[in-house]
Design a protein around this ligand. Structure first.
Ligand code: GDP
Length: 571
């Protein structure tokens, strides 16, 4: 870059000469007049400083602007282990709400409801459970600001409690722990607090910052405190939204109704939606025909924090789809179509770059500029789980930080796969086998899921990834050999070899090579494998079979068909 004079630089940066001279004084850069030339480094340093200051100013202005916006109610989701009282708590809140209204009547399920207290309003998502939460998050939306983790005082922290915590944490949602069922004689809230502390959540009463509230969802004891804590936290976090911004919302649920057609429940997050607006939710477009709120009222418009039932989408949007306002029908159609295309392309690409090893995963993460590898650990016993965590805790380096999202006893679940996909995590399982459905899901979602029989194999896999040198090695493993005894030609011209399996087995889906006089003359896939005209999946040693190959029709009697598979060699 050419040398620059001070007045030129001032012009470039849109500053007055005096301003720039003052800045140079502050920086301790010497000059004679505004016609002096600056060294390249000094000029660059000035540019950098000005950029930084302007960034800061913008940020402050943005913050100022945000502070002038109206507050919006916090959005809360209730999560926790099955039977710990999520539904009961939601019912209690819903009922208290009806009592407040005195109407005692018609409420409409719109996916969320408001609870008004003298201190403020809270929006509760009306479906318990973290499945919904994760599905929504997977689509890139953040619905809840705060997660209330319900833990039954007679049962304590259970696997789904841990999952709920992991999901909420991964989403950056604030946590409040509600120790429920304290009305029961066998309730032991202190035990639950100890369990929380063991997991690093130290209750405020013990000097930590974890919010823990004992409640009974049945009698309502403590629920008021819970609401107050939610509002206190919300005040601290200072949730605000601009009712005049471009409208944005998120789909909570959707269903097909015989009469009304597509019915979608939406939470409005920014701006104000109006009847007649054109909208796009994910790959689906529509025009808002009608909106109804939780009190069953028809609404002409819905602002930040409102949950409404929306009629007018052309197809079913997915839970978690972000709803955007668009100016006209054409734009709506176009955007929806583009997204469909994009998704197809993305799916193809994801298929191609599905990680096979931890090293692959790390490479992908590094390409994205990340240094943290998220792990979900599964093991057969608490003992082995702790052993693995203990060893892995020492393996993090400056370049690769290991972050255990979830460590749990038992086989990996579909919910693990969802969490892994959203958080870009790998699932490592020791001594437990995931069900077929979970393996399939992981495969579909491109999630790395590996099972190990030996703890050190698991640890080695992680170590090798961190060392980043060990490329996976593959080798061929021979599964079996068959000899061609006779050759038939089908009317289509395709050759079928009558074979005898000499050793091992010939699986239908294996790769095969044709050996003639000990030389490989062809390699590929089996087109058909039959015994007595029946398609079979595999033929074992000592049996005859009819075998056709994909793209090879040149058998000779005496050829050897060798089946093999490619396996990864442990480093
Ligand atoms: P969910 O699976 O988490 O939605 O749990 P539910 O709300 O269905 O509650 C499971 C069981 O615990 C039900 O029989 C509830 O009546 C009971 N339950 C929930 N909360 C309380 C509570 O505060 N006290 C008592 N005694 N029972 C409760």
């Amino acid at each position: 870059m050419a040398k620059v004079r001070i007045y030129q630089l001032a012009k470039e940066l849109g500053m007055k000469n005096e301003e720039l001279l003052e800045l140079l004084d502050q920086m301790g850069v010497a000059y004679k007049s505004h016609a002096s030339t600056l060294s390249e480094e000094d000029a660059e340093a000035v540019r950098e400083l000005v950029r930084e200051q302007r960034g800061l100013q913008e940020k402050l202005a943005e913050e100022e602007r945000r502070k002038s916006l109206p507050k919006r109610p916090p959005v809360v989701v209730i999560m926790g282990h099955v039977d710990h009282g999520k539904t009961t708590l939601l019912d209690y809140l819903r009922k208290s709400r009806i009592a407040e209204k005195e109407a005692g009547g018609i409420t409409q399920h719109v996916g969320a409801f408001e609870v008004k207290t003298p201190q403020g309003t809270i929006v509760f998502i009306d479906t318990p459970g973290h499945e919904a939460f994760t599905t929504i998050r997977q689509r890139g939306a953040r619905v809840a600001d705060i997660a209330v983790i319900v833990i039954a005082a007679d049962d304590g922290i259970m696997p789904q409690t841990e999952e709920a915590i992991a999901h909420a944490k991964a989403a950056g949602t604030k946590l409040i722990f509600a120790i429920n069922k304290i009305d029961l004689p066998q309730a032991d809230p202190e035990k639950v607090k100890r369990q929380l502390m063991e997991r690093g959540f130290v209750p405020e009463e013990y000097g930590g910052d974890a919010i823990v509230i004992p409640i009974s969802a049945k009698t309502g004891q403590g629920v008021q405190d819970l609401l107050e804590m939610i509002l206190l936290l919300a005040d601290l976090e200072d949730y605000r939204a601009d009712p005049n911004a471009e409208p944005k919302g998120v789909i909570l649920e959707s269903k097909l109704d015989k009469q009304a057609g597509v019915v979608a429940n939406m939470l409005v997050q920014e701006g104000t939606f109006r009847v007649g607006d054109y909208v796009v939710a994910g790959e689906v477009f529509g025009r808002i025909r009608a909106m109804m709120d939780a009190d069953g009222n028809q609404r002409k418009e819905a602002g930040p924090g409102s949950a409404v039932q929306v009629l007018g989408f052309q197809e079913l949007p997915h839970a978690g789809d972000v709803v955007e306002w668009v100016p006209d029908l054409e734009a709506a159609k176009e955007i929806a179509e583009e997204r469909k295309e994009e998704r197809r392309a993305r799916e193809e690409e994801e298929k191609a770059r599905r990680p096979r090893t931890m090293a692959d995963l790390l490479r992908t993460l590094q390409e994205e500029g990340k240094k943290e590898v998220n792990l979900i650990l599964r093991a057969d016993t608490q003992g082995s789980l702790e052993a693995i965590q203990h060893i892995l805790a020492k393996e993090s380096t400056e370049d690769v930080r290991l972050n255990v999202l979830l460590a749990q006893v038992g086989a990996p679940t579909e919910s693990d796969v969802l969490l892994a996909q959203t958080a870009g995590a790998a699932i490592l399982a020791f001594g437990v086998n995931p069900p077929g459905s979970v393996k399939k899901k992981a495969e579909e979602k491109g999630v790395l899921l590996k099972t190990f029989r030996i703890i050190y194999d698991l640890v080695d896999e992680v170590r090798n990834m961190i060392k980043g040198q060990k490329e996976p090695q593959y080798k061929e493993e021979v599964l079996g050999q068959a000899e061609v005894r006779a050759i038939f030609r089908l009317p289509t011209g395709k050759q079928v070899a009558g074979c005898m399996v000499l050793q091992g087995r010939i699986p239908r889906n294996a790769e095969v090579r044709v050996l003639r006089d000990g030389q490989e003359i062809w390699k590929g896939r089996i087109a058909s494998l039959k015994r007595f005209k029946e398609d079979v999946r595999e033929v074992a040693q000592g049996y005859e079979c009819g075998l056709g190959l994909e793209g090879f029709d040149d058998f000779r009697v005496g050829d050897i068909i060798e089946a093999f598979q490619v396996v990864e060699v442990p480093a």
